[in-house]
Write a protein that binds this ligand. Structure first.
Ligand code: COA
Ligand code: AMP
Length: 629
């Protein structure tokens, strides 16, 4: 099969193509409606199919005789723990945890927030919620209480599942006080909070609301899988947009299961029984799709790694795990590779491990910069494939389909559109641009299975945020071009979303926190290029008149405010005091120009600027403060 045949097939007969892929899964009732579209072209896949994602991911394999095969490998250098679960063991743990949730009153359609570190109970919780036909919303453990509170208010969960702590390299992060604070801040109060007590710290429980996980689990009984419709939501995952408030991306059960199952062979070229590892966190979409659901739907063994690419204990950590478990397909973010390259440039640690089972290294989350890709290829001798995707799609929009037809890798490109994705480069009027011309990357509707078709709690917001700008198309928020061979080059966001170490954040959200400082009159938060993390946020502030502050003190106060309100993962460090910001005559801050200046790139001064003199003033201030601009 060639890539071209496969892709054309998905475009010429989408319903036939995806009906065939749906046949690879075991449904309670096979869908008759494959794709239904509304007047705006928004699609729903497999709406009338009856299924359960946890059943497809676990019980089916046990039923088909794979019960003794490894399903989950837990490797935690930070606690010096290793464990393996077979499909039978994982199914049992999930069924009992689902029983525990059912005892707390969780039923189909209820929301459950999961705020947990990278431990097996996090994976078990997600699948247990799915087993009940309920909806999980996993919140990344690095988010601070106000961020968790926003999600509690939006998802209105009946139950929160958490653990006593997360373990970072240099410290233990007690989760329970963060959850308590978030519940205090939120308007919505969940009925129950279940706490998994880890050996290192023991959380204090609030009587009446909080429960000890082990105690509840001991009393619970295994429950079966609740059938849901293909169009019923499996999860809500919040992601940063251009506004201060994160958006709840809704993922339907049917399309999600079909697309992920298909991708495991088509993109990653793995077979049931192979070991697959996505080194991410279950709090991100990569973790949802490729630590939990994709590998399990396909019958692979998935690796859950509680550690870092470096420091746990060294830059050989990734290669150690790959060798130890015989990982065939490995996937992480460029930041992780850059961190390893920085610590071990000659790849001496890599050379100590047997990587012979590893077939291909996949990268996503941010653009894989050519020097890092080159280094990885040279040192590992493996093919290194970049693929581009978003929380909204749940799987790769562009990729090199390793299980269909491996194509030549081009540095800086995430290769060709994945089947089902009609990728176009448009200008702001919706006119398609020529090859090699840079513009907005848009996806022609309908989107393939797994892609979002609504925002939790507000259908219109999906239309407004994604469809209104270029009617008939989904706007990705990324800019880039397609070359003469059809290869897609994603060059970065065209909105206020920034990517810090593969983590998606909104400059607007950070700006709200910076602006709330009592000394600040106005500010702009800009993404500064960073050698390791890709981008880091930087605050440019103008003080209220008559106020003078110590700059170092202000700097530290801002760092603390961002940590307390958003979380350490924002990696916010620099705040620079400016006399004024560049503005248009109508008073709009020229963020794009500022961005280019801060990153030492050529910039245009728009003719609408209020006072061109401000640009030179800012450059001089930044230089005086040691920035190479
Ligand atoms: N819970 C609580 N805090 C967390 C956290 C979590 N789950 N994850 C990160 N943090 C904290 C860290 O402790 C750190 O705090 P500190 O500034 O007090 O030390 C801060 O958030 C920043 O974390 P991180 O970005 O992980 O930086 P680091 O310097 O500790 O590690 C790397 C650097 C490169 C090793 C790390 O960024 C990394 O592994 N990146 C790859 C990311 C990735 O895999 N993304 C996949 C998305 S697809
Ligand atoms: P998230 O929703 O957190 O997965 O972030 C999605 C965003 O990350 C995309 O819109 C891109 O800006 C960026 N991104 C992810 N993968 C890639 C890639 N392979 N190349 C370039 N950008 C990427």
């Amino acid at each position: 099969m060639s890539y071209r045949t496969e892709y054309d097939d998905s475009m010429n007969d989408p319903e036939g193509f995806w009906r065939r892929q749906a046949g690879a899964l075991e449904w309670f009732k096979f869908p008759q409606q494959i794709l239904t579209q509304d007047a705006d072209g928004i699609g729903t896949w497999f709406a009338d199919g009856e299924m359960n994602t946890a059943y497809m991911a676990l019980d089916v394999h046990v039923k088909n005789g794979r019960g003794e095969q490894t399903a989950l490998i837990f490797d935690s250098p930070v606690t010096d723990t290793k464990a393996k679960y077979t499909y039978a063991e994982l199914t049992d743990a999930v069924a009992r945890t689902a029983g525990m949730l059912a005892d707390l009153g969780v039923v189909k359609g209820d929301r459950v927030i999961i705020y947990m570190p990278m431990i097996p109970e996090a994976v078990i919780s997600m699948l247990a919620v799915a087993r009940l036909g309920a909806i999980h919303s996993v919140v990344f453990g690095g988010f601070a209480p106000p961020e968790l509170a926003l999600r509690i208010d939006d998802a209105t969960p009946k139950v929160i599942l958490t653990a006593s702590c997360g373990i970072e390299v240099k410290r233990i992060i007690e989760y329970k006080p963060l959850v308590d604070k978030a519940i205090e801040l939120a308007q919505h109060k969940p009925q129950s909070c279940v706490v998994f007590q880890r050996r290192v710290t023991h959380a204090t429980l609030i009587e009446g609301r909080d429960h000890d996980w082990a105690t509840l689990l001991e009393k619970s009984k295994a429950v079966g899988c609740t059938p849901v419709k293909g169009s019923d939501p499996l999860y809500i995952l919040y992601t940063s947009g251009t506004t201060g408030k994160p958006k709840g991306v809704v993922r339907d059960n049917g399309g999600h299961a079909v697309a992920l199952k298909y991708s495991m062979k088509a993109i990653y070229n793995v077979e049931p029984g192979d070991v697959y590892w996505a080194a991410s966190d279950v709090g991100w979409v990569v973790g949802h799709s490729y630590i939990v659901y994709g590998p399990l739907l396909h019958g692979c063994a998935t690796v859950l790694y509680e550690g870092k690419p470096i420091m746990t204990p060294d830059a050989g950590a990734l290669w150690r795990v790959i060798a130890e478990y015989g990982v065939k397909s490995f996937f992480t973010a460029p930041t992780a590779f850059r961190a390893v390259k920085k610590e071990d440039p000659e790849a001496k640690l890599m050379a100590q491990y047997d990587l012979s089972k590893l077939q291909v290294i996949f990268s996503a989350g941010e653009r894989l910069d050519p020097p890092t890709q080159q280094w990885l290829i040279e040192k590992s001798g493996k093919t290194v494939v970049d693929h581009w995707w978003q929380t909204e799609t749940g799987w790769g929009i562009t990729a090199n389909l390793w299980g269909v037809e491996p194509l030549p890798v081009k540095f800086g490109s995430s290769t060709l559109p994945t089947p089902g994705f009609d990728v176009r480069i448009l200008d702001e009027n919706g006119t398609q641009l020529a090859r090699n011309e840079q513009g907005y990357i848009a996806l022609k509707l309908p989107l393939p299975p797994s892609c979002m078709n609504r925002i939790w709690g507000d259908d219109n917001k999906f239309r407004e945020n994604y469809l209104q700008f270029l009617p008939g198309y989904y706007t990705t928020g990324d800019g880039g071009y397609i070359d003469e061979d059809g290869y897609v080059f994603v060059m970065g966001r065209v909105d206020d979303v920034i990517n810090v170490a593969g983590h998606r954040l909104s400059t607007g959200e950070i700006e709200e926190v910076v602006a709330a400082h009592p000394a600040v009159a106005e500010c702009a938060v800009i993404a500064r290029d960073d050698e390791l993390k890709g981008q880091v946020p930087m605050g440019l502030v103008v003080l209220k008149s008559g106020i003078s502050v110590d700059e170092a003190e202000l700097q530290q106060q801002m760092v603390n405010r961002i940590r307390d309100n958003i979380g350490g993962i924002a990696c916010y460090k620099d705040t620079v005091i400016l006399a004024r910001l560049p503005k248009t005559r109508s008073g709009k801050t020229l963020r794009k120009t500022l961005n280019k200046i801060v990153n030492g790139q050529p910039y245009n001064v728009p003719s609408t600027i209020d006072d061109p003199g401000v640009i030179q003033e800012i450059i001089e201030t930044l230089r005086r403060k040691g920035f190479a601009v």
